[in-house]
Design a protein around this ligand. Structure first.
Ligand code: FAD
Length: 430
């Protein structure tokens, strides 16, 4: 049987390297038998394992991670998260849908916040808000539409001019921005490491333990380099890599996207980080560039997409540099300290896929680039589904389920055509 592939990044995650070193848990050695095995220790897998431990006291839960916690996508992301969902457009229908989604979003966020507080996880969770910024005419139309939604739903906001933006975030690149106050930023590697290290003792985390094959032989038989797990019930919490196990191939695609963080700005250049001590910028086009201030003196750019495989490191660095220097030409002498990529899973209709995929096998994936809170929420609900507790109907009704994507080769061709068209439209928002 062919070995399963798993994420194997060429560069370490910058957020993780910025933290003090962490001792990884030992890899699995030898055989074991458990009622539950969860594959993937990101937000989804950790929440699923944690909730299973609460619902099945005394049951041993094996949590298998290919890499180490802090090096997966749950650490590689930009650290934007929200407690409420903004309606997609003005009007009562969109407001009602967002209201229901916000109730669940708040449940996921509160789960995280409570653990951050009670487990003393130092991940700089800050209600910094975010700015939706536009550099082009088309981008400004998107920002104006978002302004109307914010006004009609009484969401705390502020419309920002070029001069306001320059003062607050140190770049005059954008002509308009909408600040939305009800949103948060955090250090993602610190969060996922903190959660993994606080897991209930029933959950046995094995790091550097990639699952190489999976088959059903009465029980589920999970093979790793050093051992074998026999499990009654399994959870695939590997996001885009669920497809590598042979499931959801017509629902999810794996996308790579990239980030870079500068060296600490020299004192003489500190003004280019802006007046706001903590800020984040989201683009007005989905293929655009995300920005963040990191701590007192660093800047982050996140941009670029690749389909089902990594881009070349030199190509990534060159493109991220270009985007950075476009925004901060005066900082062209400040090098990047870290450049890294991560995976996310996209679906055709923007909804995740969640539920039972086989006999005693469950999966959740397709976070569409927003999986910190959604991963936690869906992981938790997956555990409840397995334990026969709670009714997920309203949650799934409000989020929807990932719909069908055309098979290969149409899918690859479709992605490249859509991406080329999108990039042309995104223009200077990239
Ligand atoms: C650059 C970037 C920026 C992003 N920005 C944001 C943001 O600001 N806010 C936000 O909410 N989301 C963001 N995202 C998306 C977010 O990171 C994901 O939605 C989130 O990580 C999903 O969590 P997860 O637990 O479902 O999957 P993952 O975090 O991908 O975890 C899955 C785990 O499974 C492991 N795995 C895979 N295959 C195997 C195997 N065979 N055996 C064992 N283990 C395996 C992987 O190593 C991984 O650790 C971003 C993503 C990227 C890449």
């Amino acid at each position: 049987m062919a070995r399963l592939t798993y994420p194997n990044y060429p560069a370490r995650c910058g957020w993780n390297v910025m933290l003090p070193p962490r001792q990884a848990r030992p890899a699995l050695e030898g055989p074991m038998s458990v009622p539950y095995a969860v594959i993937g220790a990101g937000y989804t897998g950790i929440a699923a394992a944690w909730r299973l431990a609460e619902l099945a006291p005394g049951a041993e839960i094996a949590l298998l991670e290919a890499s180490v916690v802090g090096e997966g996508s749950s650490a590689r992301n930009s650290g934007f998260l929200g407690r409420r969902v903004m309606p997609k457009e003005p009007g009562d229908r969109a407001a009602e849908r967002a209201r229901i989604q916000s109730r669940f979003q708040a449940e996921g966020f509160d789960w995280l916040e409570e653990r951050i507080r009670t487990c003393g996880i130092d991940c700089n969770l800050t209600r910094a808000g975010y700015i939706r910024a536009a550099a082009t005419e088309q981008g400004q139309a998107v920002v104006r539409a978002a302004l109307e939604v914010a006004r009609s739903n009484a969401l705390g906001h502020e419309l920002l001019s070029r001069a306001d933006l320059e003062r607050r975030i140190g770049t005059a690149y954008y002509g308009m921005g909408l600040y939305l106050e009800d949103s948060y930023l955090l250090q993602p590697a610190a969060l996922v490491r903190g959660l993994a290290d606080a897991l209930p003792s029933q959950v046995i985390l094995y790091e550097n333990t990639p699952v190489l094959s999976l088959r059903r032989d009465g029980k589920w038989r999970i093979e790793t380099p050093g051992g074998i797990v026999l499990a009654d019930t399994i959870v695939l919490a590997t996001n885009g890599f669920i497809t590598r196990f042979g499931y959801l191939k017509s629902r999810l695609v794996t996308i790579y996207t990239y980030a870079a963080v500068t060296e600490a700005l020299p004192d003489a250049d500190r003004q280019w980080a802006g007046e706001d001590t903590d800020w984040g910028v989201l683009p007005s086009h989905r293929l655009g560039t995300t920005l963040r201030r990191v701590g007192a003196d660093r800047l982050m750019v996140r941009s670029l997409y690749a389909y089902e495989g990594e881009l070349e490191t030199t190509q990534v660095t060159r493109a991220l540099r270009q985007r950075f220097e476009r925004r901060w030409p005066a900082l062209s002498h400040v090098p990047f300290d870290y450049v890294w990529g991560g995976t996310t899973a996209l679906t055709m209709n923007g909804s995740p896929w969640w539920g039972r995929i086989d006999e005693n096998a469950y999966a959740s994936g397709g976070c569409n680039g927003g999986g910190i809170v959604k991963g936690v929420l869906l992981g938790k609900y997956l555990a409840q589904l397995i334990a026969g507790q709670g009714d997920p109907g309203e949650l799934i009704g409000s989020l929807g389920l990932a719909n069908w994507i055309a098979p290969e080769p149409f899918r690859t061709v479709g992605f490249h055509v859509a991406s080329a068209y999108g990039q042309r439209k995104a223009g200077m928002e990239m």
